[in-house]
Ligand binder design. Structure first.
Ligand SMILES: Nc1nc2c(ncn2[C@@H]2O[C@H](COP(=O)(O)OP(=O)(O)O[C@H]3O[C@H](CO)[C@@H](O)[C@H](O)[C@@H]3O)[C@@H](O)[C@H]2O)c(=O)[nH]1
Length: 390
């Protein structure tokens, strides 16, 4: 099958949608399909050979985050060229209502179209401006996927119609096989906790973790807080107490291999995110690596952690509750192990081998539906030209 996938966010920075698109493309290529991905990227960014750059992206504030998108006539021309050249059997757009190359592709494309909604909130100003332009084209989408119930609710409430829920995928084995590294492994007096993500974005919750740390450090002065991900440590630590900053070790953006090792090594993986998460791909990664997860009780996270059986939860944006939950986990290695084992078992459901088959089934349904509609139209015309079937 010839598959065209459009990713609206730039491949210059790590992000859930980008990784979802990359992994899905590689899974289908591994199965023998022909896949081309169109995504924004800087000219210096090294891209896999199946990715076509849609040009440099502009940073836009969106969904409590900074999205790197591109839009406009130059991008539209690139999208059109890619579509003409690709002759895809199916076009898979991600975030089709975010003003981006996904919208441009939706407006220009003709043929079977599948769209995946990753967002759990659409009420942004950027979104509201774009929505009236996009709305007429939304009817062209014949297969709608939402990555979670939260993302699906966004579709039913703000976009109209429904979507089938197919979660984000993870290559579970890659994380499961990661071995601990002494440098990041905790000891009884110097336990390690890990945070990973775009730390400069408040919704990723580093300030909530920082606010919880004084109470945790009172009880566990040797605690090491390993902070990985893109962002400027000087900026994010501004105004934090010295001893909190001293407990933090900034690793910067890490490779995929180091990410898996870090998650496997830390005593607890903390996800203090405050909102805007549709799923929480990072939780599945941590669970796959065998980490004990402690996450805020956002509904998306609650679902991924199966209501707290596959990882612990604390009250969102409540540093006191975070500190108390973390201290309990640090004091109870058996509980940590139980949660980690349950988490690793649960993560299997989100392996690409399961998730990609479900996405392929949507592609097939959409392609068959299109062929049936064409056939129906042809039969209708034939009957009409023959003067009906009487
Ligand atoms: N290798 C590496 N990966 C990183 C780094 N920083 C972040 N990532 C990866 O980037 C991905 C997602 O990051 P998040 O910050 O958790 O999510 P997001 O980009 O806001 O993604 C949104 O869409 C996802 C996909 O549907 C959702 O899962 C997520 O909840 C959110 O709505 C995860 O795979 C995470 O491991 C890094 O320094 N290095």
């Amino acid at each position: 099958m010839r598959v065209g996938i459009v990713c609206p966010y730039s491949f210059d920075v790590p992000g859930g949608v980008q990784f979802h698109v990359r992994d899905l493309a590689e899974h289908f290529i591994g199965q023998g399909h022909e896949v081309s991905v169109l995504a924004p990227a800087d000219s210096e960014t090294a891209l896999p050979e199946y990715v076509v750059s849609a040009g440099r992206a502009t940073a836009v504030r969106y969904n409590g985050s900074v999205a790197r998108l591109n839009f406009g006539p130059v991008s539209a021309a690139k999208v059109n060229r890619w579509l003409d050249h690709g002759e895809f059997d199916v076009l898979h757009l991600h975030e089709p209502v975010t003003p981006s190359i996904s919208v441009l592709a939706l407006m220009a494309a003709d043929g079977p179209i599948v769209a995946t909604f990753h967002t759990s909130m659409l009420r942004s100003r950027t979104m509201q401006t774009a929505y009236p332009i996009v709305r007429p084209s939304l009817e062209k989408i014949s297969g709608r996927i939402a990555v979670s119930e939260d993302a699906r609710r966004t579709v039913t409430t703000h976009v109209g119609g429904d979507a089938v829920v197919i979660p984000n995928g993870v290559y579970v084995d890659r994380f499961e096989h990661a071995r601990r590294r002494a440098q990041w492994t905790g000891t009884p007096t110097r336990p390690t906790i890990a945070f990973l993500g775009r730390m400069g974005e408040p919704r990723k919750g580093l300030p909530v973790l920082a606010a919880a740390l004084p109470a945790v450090l009172d009880a566990v002065p040797g605690l090491r807080v390993l902070v990985a991900g893109p962002g400027d440590p000087a900026e994010v630590t501004e105004g934090m107490p010295d001893r909190v900053v001293a407990a933090m070790e900034f690793l910067g953006a890490v490779s995929d291999e180091d990410k898996a090792v870090l998650l496997a090594s830390a005593d607890v993986y903390v996800a203090p995110n405050t909102g805007g998460e549709s799923f929480g791909i990072i939780l599945i990664e941590a669970m796959s690596a065998g980490a004990c997860v402690l996450a805020s009780d956002l509904s998306a996270f609650w679902r991924v952690l199966d209501g707290g059986t596959a990882g612990a939860l604390f009250r969102n944006e409540d540093p006191e509750d975070l500190a108390a939950s973390l201290l309990t986990l640090l004091a109870e290695p058996d509980r940590r192990r139980r949660l980690a084992t349950a988490g690793q078992a649960r993560a299997r459901q989100f392996d690409w081998s399961v998730v990609a088959d479900r996405i392929m089934a949507v592609y097939e349904t959409v392609i068959e539906g299109r062929m049936a509609a064409r056939q129906g139209a042809r039969t209708g015309w034939t009957r009409l030209l023959r003067g009906g079937d009487r």
